[in-house]
Design a protein around this ligand. Sequence first.
Ligand code: C2E
Ligand code: MG
Ligand code: MG
Ligand code: MG
Length: 285
Amino acid sequence: AAKSAGRGRVVVFDPSMRAAVVERRELERELQGALAGGQLRLVYQPVVGLAGSTVVGFEALLRWSSPTLGPISPDRFVPVAEDLDLIGEIGAWVLREACATAAEWRRRSGGSELTMAVNVSAVQLASPDLVGQITEALAASGLPASALILEVTETALVRDPDGAAERLAALRALGVRLALDDFGTGYSSLSYLRQFTVDVLKIDRSFISTIQSDELPPIVRGLIDLGRTLDLEIVAEGVETAVQRDQLAAARCELAQGYLFAPPLEADEAARLLLGSPPLAAAAR
Ligand code: C2E
Ligand code: MG
Ligand code: MG
Ligand code: MG
């Protein structure tokens, strides 16, 4: 019946739209079993102190490799996980895994001050389960709350600013730190800074990529100055060139992430980088 009823309507549906719908259904089906099937993992991108090029922490980034669909970016599957009501379960796993890993790395590196940043989506932030999930992940791992940074985007705050302010305050009361991710790309960045208490500003890659010569673009300087005035830690995202690094260091931006230093790394690679064992190639010599 669906076939005959659909016959006349197929023409209003261009083939690429049909393909998109089929693809989305397939994605939904595969995602249902991804967590239980062990198809999700975290990779870790170093956060580097620009003064000494030291690794001060990591950002945990979710990866999904589907046996049938291949690797799929979190920008694509996180919104689907939200729609399917799977993000709570997945997010809880991310928190447990990231906290356990950070606690282990801190132990192995002898009481370091290493931080771990975890991304939290709008739907996660709106969920009453989040505080409990964080409390559990910290308790299970033994990671001090101050070592955990939750990254939220401005768009996550836009839907329900009052509710968000309340939840962020509850999270901060646990002792975890909050970062405003992709800063500068949202609707009204400045008013958010007044309304929400955060600890860290992550300047979006779209601004960092405008640094192309010895002259620091005024907007980038403005963002750094703003963070400093408000006594926030500033992280530059997506640093890809030495010119960008040098300009940011000269402007006294303390922290950076980006392909220039390291891409997101598999857990064992990140541990090797952090704990300073010789890279395999060097050890073989
Ligand atoms: P984000 O939190 O802003 O993460 C930064 C993205 O930039 C990451 O993409 C990272 O791999 C990429 N990146 C890092 N350095 C560079 C660079 O130098 N150049 C370029 N071109 N890109 C760089 P990724 O891993 O694909 O993640 C995309 C987004 O997905 C994240 O943006 C975050 O919003 C979301 N996401 C990732 N993991 C999670 C998670 O566990 N939970 C939730 N809710 N969202 C997540
Ligand atoms: Mg982030
Ligand atoms: Mg970001
Ligand atoms: Mg982003």
